[in-house]
Design a protein around this ligand. Structure first.
Ligand SMILES: NC(=O)c1ccc[n+]([C@@H]2O[C@H](COP(=O)([O-])OP(=O)(O)OC[C@H]3O[C@@H](n4cnc5c(N)ncnc54)[C@H](OP(=O)(O)O)[C@@H]3O)[C@@H](O)[C@H]2O)c1
Length: 331
């Protein structure tokens, strides 16, 4: 089978297309024939060998998320059968051979039914992004219906699903993006108000948009750029959930003191089993009800994984999720 494999850590060109033996599922494991794999920024950090949560043994095939058809089940698996249409969310799986490949073997617990209404690309966009959105909103910020949520960086893989979930839960949602297309997309996906984070002074509009109250919760995709300003627009007892950060920031702690604000980190890797399981159930229910619908920005052939890694980090004007497809010829 085709797979993307890295034999050293480094720039995107360490991601090579190779031919590997088809892996066999063991006890409580399944093999999936993949149609699509999700590209997450974390996989680019892992590729450099400097990621706090995972430095894999080499050679390594990346990828936690994917979608396809169950090909073979190992002993002990009763919930899934060959032919089932499923998505893979394997970030916390004990075994995961990597979804940037034609086939993946992983724990059966990491494989879930894909609603008929969703494409394989959409299925590949569920795992890390939706579980992160769910954890940030419900397990870390503990949002309440009627609260105002600012999704700071709402146009990407995590952001759009955060907007959808928060809106469906009864929050007043403000979303930011850096492009006109991104702003339109956020609005279509449920944001009541949109702001362009590339415009000078865009957060100055927050008091007017919240009747002077400020925002109760901020789900933050670029904390190193925004945390100081976030604390200024937060309401009394507000919470900022740091989902993404790519550097350090100088901060005025008094801003947190004045409002008794909480700055909360989140990372799926830290989720206790019970909370991770709860988030899977929550996401599955939201998919079934149509509350969340992943938005696909670009599909790349599997062979273009290296380019996808470059583009997800350098892109300006995100408009959904970047995925790899197994059934597109390399261009
Ligand atoms: N903690 C966790 O467990 C966890 C899980 C998943 C992801 N993450 C992190 O969360 C971040 C987002 O992930 P993703 O998959 O959604 O990535 P993505 O699809 O590449 O989206 C990136 C988002 O960041 C926005 N952005 C760019 N400049 C910004 C700014 N100055 N202020 C606010 N937002 C800005 C982009 O908006 P425009 O392109 O429109 O400017 C886009 O909405 C990444 O840093 C990722 O590593 C963390």
């Amino acid at each position: 089978m085709r797979a993307i494999q890295m034999s050293s850590f480094g720039e995107a060109d360490v991601l090579q297309v190779v031919d590997l033996p088809v892996p066999e599922p063991g006890l409580n494991e399944v093999r999936v024939r993949l149609h699509a794999a999700g590209i997450n920024p974390a996989e680019t950090y892992i590729r450099t060998g400097t990621y706090a949560f995972l430095k894999p043994d080499l050679p390594y095939t990346p990828g936690f998320d994917g979608a396809g058809i169950v090909d073979k089940v190992g002993d002990g698996v009763t919930r899934l059968r060959p032919g089932d249409r499923i998505f893979v969310a394997a970030i916390l799986a004990k075994r995961n051979t990597g979804t940037y490949a034609d086939m993946v073997v992983c724990d059966a617990d990491a494989v879930h039914p894909l609603p008929e209404s969703l494409s394989f690309s959409q299925g590949a966009a569920i795992g890390v992004p939706s579980l992160t959105a769910y954890r940030a909103l419900f397990q870390r910020a503990r949002i309440q219906p009627g609260e105002t949520v600012l999704v700071h960086g709402a146009s990407g893989g995590v952001g759009l699903l955060t907007v959808q979930l928060a809106r469906a839960y009864g929050a007043h949602v403000i979303g930011t993006a850096g492009s006109a297309d991104g702003l339109a997309l956020i609005r279509q996906n449920g944001a009541h108000e949109v702001l362009n984070h590339s415009s000078e002074g865009y957060l100055d509009k927050i008091p007017a948009l919240t009747n002077g109250h400020g925002v109760d919760v901020i789900v933050e995709m670029l904390a190193n750029a925004n945390l100081e300003e976030d604390l200024k627009v937060l309401a009394q007892y507000g919470r900022v959930v740091v989902v993404g950060s790519r550097g350090s920031v100088e901060l005025t702690p008094r801003l947190a003191m004045i409002k008794e604000a909480d700055v909360l980190g989140t990372a799926l890797w830290n989720a206790p089993d019970c909370e991770y399981t709860a988030s899977i159930y929550g996401v599955a229910a939201a998919l079934e009800a149509g509350t969340i619908t992943p938005v696909i920005a670009e599909e790349y052939p599997l062979e273009k994984a290296a380019q996808a890694h470059i583009d997800i980090i350098n892109q300006k004007g995100a408009h959904g999720k970047i995925v790899l497809r197994n059934d597109l010829g390399a261009k």
